[in-house]
Design a protein around this ligand. Structure first.
Ligand code: XMP
Length: 304
């Protein structure tokens, strides 16, 4: 792909110009395609990769991402655990904007400096990280007194271009083809309060069953994004000969080319029957599954 080769050359040249010969670079990896491709662009022993478990990740995501980085990318990554702080900040918040603000604030002052610098020191003594890579919009308003210079290699590229660039760089397909996942994570997929235990765990289990089913049926690559949403209501049901009063989850799957507009994915009834049965049988505290048939617009892809 001639165009992507030019883009690659330009991006590498920009980074070479920006990063001086003794400078170091920090890259916060999320496990998604953008940050993985960004890190691959700067590979070298002056690159320090960090993965933050913010408590809002999917089922076993932190373990899986760390394993994949080690095994397939041979990229040393250090893990920072920010889950308690993040969930602490979210406690009692149910308004979508308030939740997003709290998460954004924690991204900035919870993870950017102290934990990262203490647990991920650069190799040489007395050296300072002088650059940090920004690959997305989650850390919007960075503080003025930032002691870093930002590198934003993928800023002008669409997702499909980032994917092409990643293929050119030899990034393993399992990173390239992953569905996008929002920075605020499962917090925007739990309507209302985000609490550990019940809500986050129920959502993680349901999401895992849904995504695995989509893969089993060979549908993963036909879909831009698929996920479950936890609804703050209970419904009456019957399981065995017991009346139940349990959780309701919504499933969402959309096609899109850039996330700006989207269509709901027309699953076959057989698939919907399979997945709803599987969810209710696997996740005992869920007794009802609904499917979201709203396109964007008027709906957004996420529910919050
Ligand atoms: P919406 O819900 O606005 O989402 O239709 C469009 C795309 O953006 C993702 N999204 C986000 N990604 N930080 C992110 O990194 C965010 O705050 C955020 N909000 C939404 C969403 O998953 C979809 O792919």
């Amino acid at each position: 792909d001639w165009r992507m080769e030019d883009v690659l050359e330009e991006e590498m040249e920009k980074i070479r110009l920006q990063v001086g010969p003794t400078d170091h670079v920090i890259c916060a990896l999320s496990g998604g395609v953008d940050s993985t491709v960004a890190a691959t662009l700067v590979l070298g022993d002056r690159l320090h990769c960090v993965f933050v478990d913010n408590g809002l990740l999917r089922y076993k995501e932190a373990e899986r991402v760390m394993d994949t980085f080690n095994q397939h990318l041979h990229l040393p990554v250090c893990k920072v655990d920010d889950a308690d702080r993040m969930l602490g900040r979210l406690k009692g918040l149910s308004d979508p904007e308030a939740k997003r603000k709290a998460i954004g604030a924690e991204f900035i002052d919870g993870t950017l400096y102290p934990d990262v610098i203490e647990s991920c020191p650069p190799p040489g003594k007395g050296q300072k990280h002088s650059h940090t890579i920004k690959s997305h919009h989650n850390v919007g308003g960075l503080p003025e007194d930032l002691q870093f210079e930002l590198i934003e290699p993928l800023r002008e590229l669409f997702k499909d271009e980032v994917r092409s660039l990643g293929r050119l760089l030899g990034v393993p397909e399992q990173f390239i083809s992953r569905h996008p996942f929002p920075g605020p994570g499962l917090a925007v997929r739990i309507i209302g309060d985000v609490t550990e235990g019940d809500r986050l765990d129920v959502l993680r289990e349901v999401d895992e069953v849904f995504i695995n089913s989509i893969r089993e049926w060979g549908l993963y690559d036909k879909i831009w994004q698929a996920f479950a949403v936890f609804l703050p209501v209970r419904s009456v049901g019957v399981q065995g000969d017991q009346r139940t009063h349990s959780h309701v989850v919504a499933l969402r799957a959309v096609t899109s080319s850039d996330g700006m507009t989207a269509d709901w994915y027309p699953f076959q009834p057989d698939f919907l029957r399979y997945v709803s049965t599987k969810i209710c049988n696997t996740v005992r505290s869920v007794n009802r599954v609904v499917y979201d048939v709203t396109s964007k617009p008027p709906g957004t892809i996420e529910w919050e």
